[in-house]
Design a protein around this ligand. Structure first.
Ligand code: BGC
Length: 750
């Protein structure tokens, strides 16, 4: 407690009280917890109501703009002891300057908490979260979060607004890029990996940061994929699909939760007691603190849920919001609400204490400047091992969607033309929400990646052809000329980085601008086309699938993106990514996802397309590329799917095995996926649910027997009476390479 003790008479009192107290007052607590409780009790005792309210106030410093409003008076609030946390401060020097004010110029010297959106890297940028999810590689995902936390904590950051664990089944919603896709099980596993990566084992270590599970809840279910839109959802669907990744994050120890902007069934999340208190606190036992999203308490007024700011503040506090992000509602209204008897000081104390507890766990009362070391910041950024990990992650996240006649990998002596608006891009390639990642001049473009693999530019002809957006076709002729001189064409296209992410919903998911037309022109040359896509969401690619010989979905691959793409294209790395979200054929099929219900008039993929079926008359029900899909340069064969019994009791373990053989000529990784189907339930069940997966590497001709175990718990669901349990009956179990191509076995649960 050295730094504060010297300066702050009142805190000395607090600390003395702490040390003189019997730290074993609760014998069942570990000494650390008991000490912390004593410290917090003592601190709370000397805090004024204003100081407690101050802890619940969070403002943006505006160094990075992540929302529509800025309140420039945050320094004045800070000096008045009315600010507990700041976000968007992003350097060790900057955070030290603000921390100094908090520690030296406020009555109690309580340190500030610094938050920031560290989503897929801080300086070294990894692929966007959806891309990382496509790796299905939990160790690598955890490592990416670990590296992000290491860089961010060295730059003064204590708290990331990640992971975003919103399940998303509507690719029109731009924020699908920030999540882990459409599946509950995959999303939950990734949530755990990210929380562990950010927080590590010890929050007090200087290279760990608090994580934040966001956006609680069901933000991804916005009607029509329009950002911030309302959500109307049954409790069963909420609990089955949208809540489990949050619960998984909580079980992994996530320190904080962020509310979502949307309303759920008429109640905005920031005023939603059912979510924030009944479920999060009472049912799940969450002990950390809840922050709102950006001005989302204020937004309960336009939602039509609160008459004015004061009422919104009351509703938020009563619902269970501890900290107000950027809205100033708590700052301006909590005291008035107390005076009016609408809320109690006890409620405010409880929120302040939860926030102070996290400051304690980070070790900020011990040394408020422990994350403000400029030398460490310098030494920690862009370390070679981080860049290598980012390249590795980027390679593992890319999904090979098509590879006609094994055109990929290319041979180095192929004379290629690189064509497209993103060939030389160093800006968009790191994607949206890229924290302090440097773009132009730092990120490796595709062109540079090819140059370095080919050892010079002698084999590459280049033409931009067109921009990502707009109608200008003046570059087409040059592109066609360049294509004609080559043996084959690699086209690098996609979206702009800000076409996905927040406030970036799209109603048309085709490649924007005239990119498709450029492909058509190049197609006329008769040269084989390899299409490399950089984008933040599933796109509608029916045309591209028809005309391109190969398609590689590279997402926004991050700082090392161009290098990773080149290494895949030339076969230094075999692609192994699998789609975490279904790719539709057209926008009319959306929402489209693999674990649908059968309906009373199911559509039969293999059978005749009769009229009175649940289907479209103008497009198949099937997606263009299903969930879990992704090719490799090698081929895999699945055989011998065995389950150890035909009938299981409720106490049994279900043992499953399958033999996987690499039948191709390249070493490669495969993601083996296991799904189940509960055929009859007290409520209807989806036709498939992912329950396990394993990623493994096999050499050519190598076979491996892969074992999975399931428990009856894995078969549980919210039954007719909303009890989470398995029901006896017949099940199907599937194992295979994606959600459509699967071996099948059957069993009974008795
Ligand atoms: C976003 C959050 C983000 C916050 C702070 C909001 O607009 O919805 O995801 O954490 O801003 O930047």
């Amino acid at each position: 407690m050295k730094n504060i003790k010297n300066k702050l008479p009142l805190l000395i009192f607090v600390l003395l009280a702490m040390w003189s107290c019997n730290t074993t007052k609760n014998k069942s607590q570990k000494p650390y917890e008991a000490k912390m409780e004593t410290f917090l009790d003592s601190l709370i005792q000397v805090m004024t109501l204003d100081e407690k309210i101050g802890q619940t106030v969070l403002f943006s410093a505006g160094w990075d703009v992540t929302g529509p409003t800025l309140d420039k008076n945050y320094v004045a609030y800070l000096k008045g002891g009315m600010l507990g946390a700041l976000f968007n401060v992003n350097s060790a020097k900057g955070s030290r300057a603000f921390q100094k004010i908090a520690v030296e110029e406020t009555r109690l010297g309580i340190p500030l908490l610094f938050g920031y959106d560290v989503i897929h890297g801080y300086k070294t940028i990894f692929p966007i979260s959806l891309g990382e999810a496509a790796s299905w590689d939990l160790d690598l995902i955890q490592k990416s979060a670990r590296i992000s936390a290491t860089e961010a904590s060295a730059a003064g950051i204590h708290w990331t607004y990640a992971p975003m664990v919103d399940i998303a089944r509507d690719p029109r919603w731009g924020r699908v890029s920030e999540g882990s896709g459409e599946d509950v099980y995959l999303g939950s596993e990734i949530a755990i990996a990210r929380v562990k990566g950010f927080q590590g084992d010890d929050l007090a270590a200087t290279n760990t940061i608090l994580a934040c599970a966001k956006h609680f809840a069901a933000y991804g279910a916005a009607i029509a994929g329009r950002d911030y839109n309302s959500v109307d959802i049954s409790e069963r669907e909420l609990r089955t699909t949208y809540l489990p990744p949050f619960k998984a994050a909580l079980d992994a120890g996530v320190a904080t939760f962020m509310t979502s902007f949307n309303e759920i069934n008429g109640i905005p999340s920031s005023g939603n007691k059912f979510l924030l208190t009944d479920i999060l606190r009472n049912e799940w036992g969450f002990k950390g603190f809840v922050v709102t999203d950006y001005t989302s308490i204020n937004e309960m007024i336009p939602h039509g849920f609160s008459k004015n700011e004061k009422q919104a503040g009351e509703q938020a506090l009563k619902a269970g919001v501890d900290m107000d992000m950027q809205g100033g509602v708590y700052l301006r209204n909590l005291k008035i609400l107390i005076n009016e008897g609408k809320v109690s000081e006890k409620e405010i104390t409880q929120s302040a204490r939860r926030i102070l507890e996290m400051k304690y766990r980070l070790g900020l009362f011990d040394d408020p400047y422990k994350y403000c070391d400029e030398q460490r910041e310098k030494d920690t950024q862009y370390k070679l091992e981080f860049l290598n990990a980012a390249k590795d992650m980027a390679q593992k996240s890319m999904v090979l969607l098509k590879n006609n006649k094994q055109i990929l990998p290319l041979q180095k002596n192929n004379k290629i033309a690189l064509i497209g608006p993103l060939v030389k891009d160093e800006h968009h390639i790191i994607g949206s929400w890229a924290a302090q990642g440097d773009r132009d001049g730092k990120a490796v473009s595709v062109y540079e990646g090819f140059e370095s693999i080919l050892g010079g530019i002698k084999n590459i002809n280049y033409a931009k052809g067109c921009a990502v957006i707009g109608n200008d076709k003046s570059g087409f002729a040059q592109a066609v000329r360049v294509a004609k001189q080559a043996d084959m064409v690699v086209m690098v296209m996609g979206e702009l980085e800000d076409m996905s992410g927040e406030a970036a919903s799209r109603s048309n998911l085709d490649l924007p601008g005239v990119q498709k037309e450029l492909i058509a022109e190049i197609k006329k040359t008769g040269k084989p086309i390899v299409l490399v896509l950089m984008n933040g969401r599933p796109l509608t690619l029916e045309y591209e699938d028809m005309v391109a010989d190969a398609i590689l979905e590279a997402w926004w691959p991050g700082t090392m993106g161009g290098s990773a793409i080149a290494s895949i294209i030339y076969g230094n790395q075999n692609p192994s990514g699998k789609l975490p979200m279904t790719f539709p054929r057209n926008v009319g099929q959306i929402p489209i996802y693999y674990n649908v219900k059968n309906t009373g008039r199911p559509y039969d993929i293999n059978g005749s397309e009769q009229k009175y079926r649940s289907r479209y008359i103008d497009v198949s029900n099937t997606p263009l590329y299903p969930f879990g899909y992704g090719l490799s340069y090698t081929t895999f064969k699945y055989a011998n799917l065995i389950i150890d019994k035909k009938e299981y009791n409720f106490s049994d373990t279900i043992n499953v095995s399958v033999t996987l053989t690499n039948t191709g000529i390249y070493e490669g990784e495969e993601v083996v996926q296991l799904y189940i189907q509960d055929l009859v339930g007290s409520v209807t069940r989806p036709i498939k649910e992912l329950k396990r997966f394993k990623k493994l590497m096999l050499k050519p001709n190598e076979s491996q027997k892969i074992a999975f175990t399931l428990n009856v718990k894995d078969l549980a669901f919210y039954t007719e009476n909303m009890k989470f349990k398995a029901e006896p009956g017949a099940f199907k179990l599937f194992v295979g390479t994606n959600s459509q191509d699967l071996l099948q076995a059957d069993f009974i649960l008795k």
